[in-house]
Design a protein around this ligand. Sequence first.
Ligand SMILES: NC(=O)c1ccc[n+]([C@@H]2O[C@H](COP(=O)([O-])OP(=O)(O)OC[C@H]3O[C@@H](n4cnc5c(N)ncnc54)[C@H](O)[C@@H]3O)[C@@H](O)[C@H]2O)c1
Length: 388
Amino acid sequence: MEKRIIRFGVIGCGLMGKEFASAAARWCHLTDADFEPSIVAVCDADPEAAKWFRERVPSVRRAYADYRELLADPEVEAVYCAVPHNLHEQIYLDIINAGKHLLGEKPFGIDRSANEAILAAIRANPQVVVRSSSEFPFFPGAQQIVRWVNEGRFGRIIEAEAGFWHSSDLDPTKPINWKRRIATNGEYGCMGDLGLHVLHLPLRFGWRPANVRALLSKIVEERPDGKGGTAPCETWDNAILACEMEAADQSFPMVLSTKRIAPGHANTWFIRIQGTEFSAEFTTKNPKQVASLPYEPGGPQAWHVADAPYRSAYGTITGPIFEFGFSDSILQMWAAFCDEIAHRREGMKQPFRCALPEEAAGSHRLFTAALESHRTGGTATVEWEGLA
Ligand SMILES: NC(=O)c1ccc[n+]([C@@H]2O[C@H](COP(=O)([O-])OP(=O)(O)OC[C@H]3O[C@@H](n4cnc5c(N)ncnc54)[C@H](O)[C@@H]3O)[C@@H](O)[C@H]2O)c1
């Protein structure tokens, strides 16, 4: 099979930059991909971070300290950018205006105005494929829920709930990092960090919150600063957003939660949908299982919990009897992004695309309204004007 090699540059060689390198290194896992990423250049402000790539990723030919040099590198045709949120606006604008495809990290700008500047650049450069990272919808159990929604199985939707919960911040001795500071992470706090993961599927289903009532909490107020002292934690730890969803033909309540401090939850992403004809749940807490409850009037109301076979969006060498995990979801997301660069939307091998810039923009609309709701203690309208 002849393969289209997509030459990538990575800006931000931290936690997520390395996840991409690992996914690219095991591309042979995919059975039918006629496209493949090759990381040819990296950039990090910290030379130690770039060193990891130079030592472990043989395709990396150049390491830069300034991302503008990476963008001037003619070999680089696409970029993965995983840097703190305060840097998204300028760096994403420069990547897009340089004509490079971009898989950017959420939230796609530290606030709504930064996000709007990024969206304007995308509209001015329609030849460039720009998508946001969001891997959890690629779990086979989540893909099963996508199929059920697309098939219209639920009947009238009674209620939906989606969330993304972490717990390592329960430990007050965990040192502070950029995610606890407004200057680097933004006013949204945990919503900016975790929220697009939660909204990707609802927005893909066309479920736009019309309004929101937000409860935002700060739980651990200060942390060790790594220099023997302490520093204040400025950002929201947890957010519970009660929304009224307005879809094309129905409206229903939806609760979205993003939590940095949810005891016992290491990386729990979930979605639950209840309907008059069918209900379903998937959580990465039980990554093999999908629960569903079909219902006919007068019939039994019984949950069926089945092991979801390893049936991923892109075929792999792993047989259906085995388990799917976090790094598999990252590989699948990268396959979807590279597929879209290689074949454009019309020619993709499967229909589920990475999170769209309009979906990232939708998350900013909701989080901006959530901040207003928290400030006023009331219900805030979510503005959708100008967003296709
Ligand atoms: N998709 C996911 O599951 C997921 C998980 C964690 C983080 N993220 C997102 O990834 C992004 C980065 O988060 P992370 O956890 O990898 O952070 P990190 O702190 O581990 O890595 C960020 C890297 O960016 C580098 N950097 C800072 N300024 C730079 C500059 N001017 N030029 C080049 N490099 C620079 C830092 O030195 C660091 O190595 C954020 O947008 C975050 O929201 C996504």
